[in-house]
Design a binder for this molecule. Structure first.
Ligand SMILES: [Zn+2]
Length: 86
């Protein structure tokens, strides 16, 4: 499975190393973000593991950032917009 959202920049050479991954552009503001992830967990995610299983230690907001590139504050803006326009 190719999720197509993360590009990888390896930062180390050891087992259990962390990698810096670029997220998709934020669906609200369009800016990219960078997250530091365990390579082992990122590999599982890219192999098709659900994000909540691949990254058990991340908060839901951090998972949204990985999945959608969505910043916490941008998510709040979008929620407010939907509240006001329905
Ligand atoms: Zn944003």
């Amino acid at each position: 499975m190719d999720n197509g959202t993360l590009s990888i920049d390896l930062t180390g050479g050891r087992a259990g190393r962390r990698v810096k991954a670029r997220t998709s552009p934020c669906i609200q503001c369009g800016a990219y973000s960078y997250v530091i992830l365990l390579e082992q967990e990122l590999t599982q995610y890219q192999a098709g593991t659900f994000v909540q299983d691949a990254f058990p230690n991340l908060t839901p907001a951090e998972r949204d950032l990985i999945l959608l590139g969505l910043h916490v504050e941008c998510g709040e803006k979008m929620s407010a917009w939907w509240r006001d326009h329905q």
